[in-house]
Design a binder for this molecule. Sequence first.
Ligand code: P1T
Length: 362
Amino acid sequence: MPPIFQTSTYVQKSPGKHLGYEYSRSHNPTRTRLETNLAALENAKYALVTASGLSCMSLIMHSLPKGSKVVCGDDVYGGTYRLFTTVFNDLHEFNFINTTDLKSVEAALKEKPAVIWLETPTNPMLKVSDIQKIAQMAKRYKVKVCVDNTFMSPYFQNPLNLGADVVVHSLTKYINGHSDVVGGCMMTSNKSIYNKVSTLQNSMGPTQSPFDSWLVLRGIKTLAIRMEAHQKAALKISKWLESHPQVESVIYPGLKSHPQHRIAKKQMSGFGGMITFFLKGGLRESKRFLEQVDLFALAESLGGVESLIEHPAIMTHASVPKKIREEIGIQDNLIRLSVGIENVNDLITDLDFAFKSLKKIK
Ligand code: P1T
């Protein structure tokens, strides 16, 4: 197993002549090992591991010339939205659009942005954007394409193979997979982008600890079997929810009813473990439902082996203004599931119990 190089600094042979490593903010052998692994997973020449998903995005935003135009999907993780609209809004100009609509994408690309930022599938509405078509269009307008691939993990989707320039992941989620690390990464085969972002990382400091890199490396060993298990259970649960009388509608890219199911099938080799659904009722029913589940842990985050459940409007997407949340579809009766790898029948029993408890409050 790779050792944990729990060191902040490295002995030098002579002043300025080091043996490959100088200082752990810049590089650390355990982190390098993880970066080599991650680059291979996304078929990239370079990977950079950062302290969190959001710090990785911050470095990328800092790497753009001041005053750049950035096109971003209108449904992204609430923290991404907050980062772009409250931290980087003074530096760049953001244009949020529905990236599942290629006409809107083309119109936005005509404005000559520096980058188009896609999250696909999106968090939490699981909208799927056509990466290949958008990348082809973006090339014509000389716009770089950056894809947040957190929800699929490199196991089910490889945006660089579809024409994207940069891939970003929150390592906190599926890649680590055990809800015990916060981390982020970017992968690219573009040397100039990599150099800019890694120089910024060294200058600004958001690196990952050697122990956390080691944990992520260990998590990656089971990425394939975890992703298969997440998807198998999520497909079964989404079908069960779809036929449930107390459910208004279910969103899961693997369901035929999903509006972009065809695109999902084309660009992903699986559909992942995230499900969102609208239950019949309002805020009162949603809260009650979330209080009644037992095996599903009520918590933010996703992608771990234990199932999580949450209320996007109150929790992960609270920083998105109510009006915008409602336009996107994040209503009070929307529930998000991160399906773990427990026995799927136990998970269904847990949800069923929570649905039954709703009948009692009527
Ligand atoms: O939490 P952090 O490692 O900084 O990653 C942020 C992030 C980036 N991209 C996507 C698609 C994400 O979902 C996240 C984090 N999301 C949650 C914490 C959540 O519960 O949705």
